[in-house]
Design a protein around this ligand. Sequence first.
Ligand code: AOS
Ligand code: ZN
Ligand code: ZN
Length: 435
Amino acid sequence: MRHVVATPVITPDQIDASNARLEAEAVRDYAHLGEQLARRGVDIEDILADIMAFKVAVPSWGMGTGGTRFGRYPIAGGPNNLFEKLEDCAVIQQLTKATPRVSLHFPWDKVKDYDELKGFAASLDLGFDAVNSNTFQDQAGQSLSYKFGSLTHADAPTRQQAIEHNLECIEIGQKLDAKALTVWLGDGSNFAGQSDFTRALERYLDSMAVVYAGLPDDWRVFMEHKLYEPAFYSTVIQDWGTSILCAQKLGPKAQCLVDLGHHAPNVNIEMIVARLAQFGKLGGFHFNDSKYGDDDLDAGSVNPFQLFLVFNELVEAKGRDPQCFDPAYMLDQSHNITDPIESLMMSVNSILQAFTKALLIDRVALRGHQDGNDPLMAHATLKEAYDTDVRPILKIARLRTGAAIDPLGVYRASGYRAQKAAIRVTQGATGGGIV
Ligand code: AOS
Ligand code: ZN
Ligand code: ZN
């Protein structure tokens, strides 16, 4: 029981000292923005309450330095095991108070004792979100290979092995109080003719029906579609159309997960979000950003307007169905050249900005312009919200939740990574692999 209680990460007085310096200015800016919003008929405290309540899960696999198939540049003081990853997650939670849960990936995050893991996480003020299965790689000692597929493999014993892995993920997730399983599989083909599209999907549905039957009553399964990679000719669950068809076939606990990087270039992702929400099949998100493909760049770093438009649809959907609409929000990024803690804190900030701006949209006016066939004013209504500098709201949300007004500033001043570099075993030099 080596890991029962975590060592303190950043001390509360480091946060308090920084907040004390920044508070007066933040409060003044907030009051000023409050006056401006009041003129638009918006109560800033209502917006603040929603922002303080918003949470997004961080990925355990995003804590280590990512890489490409060409190489990887580990940073000194990076985490070497799940417990060290959780310490880093705790820093993000401490400084933002917006990331209380961690999404785990199996078998990468397997440990011997899940009670110990849970206790360790709890001592860091952390819990667990959706668990992710992995049948896109072969693991040491695995009896059957996934080279030609997993849940959709032509051979029944390989499919069975993949099914059992997903069931095991549910079992582990239950020990950790998770409530959802995310299934992304790399199954597909590299050559025209290699795979029969229809039979492969039939096998997927048969396999997933067994996984679905293993879900506890209060669980959901999220199907994460992706256009290509690692299969480069076809992917079995390639888009939201296939995903929603499967979700409808499997049943109410099956929903679709939208990873922002998993679409063809220029696809209207916000519209996909609207469609899935309309039919009760929007299960959750993997937030990130992309320029070309599944780049796994930091959320909001390339196209913050798109992120805002996604949140516009989310706010709209929540307004229509406040009781039941409850997508799971997770980050899925690969940090190749930055400190993952810093990137993730920035990403949380971008997500919260997009959400805040979406909350500011005058929906009555928007509807009026839409129905009155006034495209310019409809668009201007969105831009009015998007162009608002909402940073004072985020700063006050952090202040009131006990987070840092300036998470990045506190983190840099703390010297956290340098301290960890002195304690943690240094990782190997370079190695390929996309995380
Ligand atoms: C892969 O492209 C997906 O985004 C998955 O969510 C995957 O499980 C995760 O990125 C870890 O590799
Ligand atoms: Zn993803
Ligand atoms: Zn991805």
